[in-house]
Ligand binder design. Structure first.
Ligand SMILES: NC(=O)c1ccc[n+]([C@@H]2O[C@H](COP(=O)([O-])OP(=O)(O)OC[C@H]3O[C@@H](n4cnc5c(N)ncnc54)[C@H](O)[C@@H]3O)[C@@H](O)[C@H]2O)c1
Ligand SMILES: [Zn+2]
Length: 403
């Protein structure tokens, strides 16, 4: 590990008011790898061994943890397939125990049961920091298993195989994991870079259009703040992807995951220590809307409405051309998002009073550590950073949205 030193040593304290300080600095290099394949579990598919890379050795222990609901979507063969595959690849790793099923979905993040079950399995099967846990499931499941892996032995290696659009396009390539606590989403969590992420297109075939639509809201988000060409691709292909064109869906997921990955690796703040969160574009109101509706609105739908709200505000502030705003709205409507939050019980407020959604700004400010930093749009793929909002214009925009 390279060490750079900004070293200063003051003399030892000679009275009660003096201070001695030794300050050093070190830099750690991380590798973040995304692999794409189709049916990684097949015996002759090399993706898993490629992902293991230099740690592919007979003594490397693998523990598979699979989201239980996958069994009902036609993936019940996975344990047997993975055992068979391991027997053929025994020069590269050893299974620590038989692949195990655990419950996923948001409920697995709402208490410690899942986390402790993973920790128990890690303990019982002798998984150590040279071993690898392979987690296969949706975003919630990966968050739960990822958090357990981050705390067991102070961090065991995790290989993620995301199985939903949201998880493949966004959270799977992230470096965060968390469970919910004290009524707050993702309150207990950790930052950890996974050993590898395998985006497996075979899992996309069983997703219903609502799940695809929800996941694609994050792709629209990243296109809006990072990549105008990608936005054009979404204008062309997103509706087909929702309607079942798996090639187009896969291409959209790949581009979205790539933009997220590059942001983490090249954006200068992988562990979110600063106050700017470009990948949270549209999320300040989305998170609040989710809370206000007691999570009766799906995250993707809330994000789509949040993207629209911030695009509308950007236009009303004179930053975003009316034509560009119209493109954003048109894409979101064609993709089937309901942009009016009214049906979820979020209503208009008088022009003068603070809309409850706006209270989300304060929560976002707290979340960022005190200084509000938001992205707004001055073009498609062209963000601007703002530190203040015009409450009246935003209230008007919210009222237009919920009308
Ligand atoms: N860690 C991060 O950086 C980050 C970022 C964004 C979101 N998240 C988290 O991700 C979670 C949402 O993830 P999600 O949208 O994947 O939801 P989810 O994990 O709840 O999965 C949604 C549904 O899809 C089902 N499913 C999974 N794979 C399937 C498949 N191949 N075919 C059919 N059904 C399948 C699941 O059983 C579940 O019912 C939230 O908890 C959110 O907080 C985390
Ligand atoms: Zn999101």
């Amino acid at each position: 590990m390279p060490i750079t030193s900004d070293y200063s040593l003051l003399p030892p304290p000679d009275d009660s008011l003096s201070t001695a300080i030794i300050r050093e600095q070190f830099v750690q290099t991380y590798r973040h790898q995304l692999l794409s394949t189709n049916a990684f579990w097949l015996a002759d598919n090399p993706t898993l061994v490629v992902a293991l890379g230099t740690i592919a050795k007979p003594e490397t222990k693998l523990l598979y943890i699979l989201e239980a609901d996958l069994a009902q979507y036609g993936y019940d063969h996975l344990p047997a397939s993975l055992i068979h595959k391991a027997s053929l690849e025994k020069h590269s790793y050893t299974l620590a125990k038989e692949p195990m099923w655990l419950q996923g979905t948001e409920s697995c993040k709402d208490n410690w049961a899942g986390v402790m079950a993973v920790c128990q399995a890690i303990n019982d099967s002798g998984i150590d920091r040279h071993s690898v846990v392979v987690a296969v499931g949706g975003g919630a499941f990966l968050d739960m298993v990822g958090f357990a892996c981050a705390i067991a032995h102070r961090g065991v290696q995790l290989l993620r195989v995301p199985t939903t659009v949201l998880a493949q396009a966004d959270s799977g390539v992230g470096v965060k994991s968390a469970i919910n606590a004290f009524g707050k989403k993702n309150f207990l969590g950790a930052f950890a870079v996974p050993l590898a992420v395998i985006n497996d297109a075979a899992f996309l075939a069983t997703l219903n259009p609502d799940l695809i639509r929800a996941g694609l809201a994050e792709a629209v988000k990243v296109a809006l703040v990072k990549d105008g060409d990608f936005f054009e691709q979404l204008e062309r292909d997103a509706v087909d992807a929702i309607e079942g064109d798996l090639d187009k869906l896969q291409q959209i997921i790949h581009q979205s995951a790539l933009l997220h990955l590059r942001h983490i690796c090249q954006g200068g703040d992988p562990f979110e220590q600063g106050s700017s969160r470009p990948l949270d574009f549209g999320h300040w109101s989305a998170h609040k809307a989710e809370g206000l509706t007691n999570f009766g609105i799906a995250h993707g739908l809330a994000v789509a409405a949040g993207l629209h709200l911030d695009a509308l505000y950007s236009q009303q502030m004179g930053w975003l051309l009316a034509n560009d705003y119209a493109r954003v709205k048109s894409l979101l409507v064609r993709m089937g998002y309901d942009l009016a939050l009214g049906p979820y019980g979020i209503s208009q407020t008088t022009y003068q009073s603070i809309h409850p959604l706006l209270a989300g700004l304060n929560e976002f400010r707290e979340h960022l550590g005190g200084r509000l930093t938001l992205l707004m749009l001055r073009g498609i793929g062209q963000p601007i950073e703002v530190h203040e909002l015009d409450d009246q214009i935003m209230t008007q925009a919210i009222n237009d949205l919920v009308a």
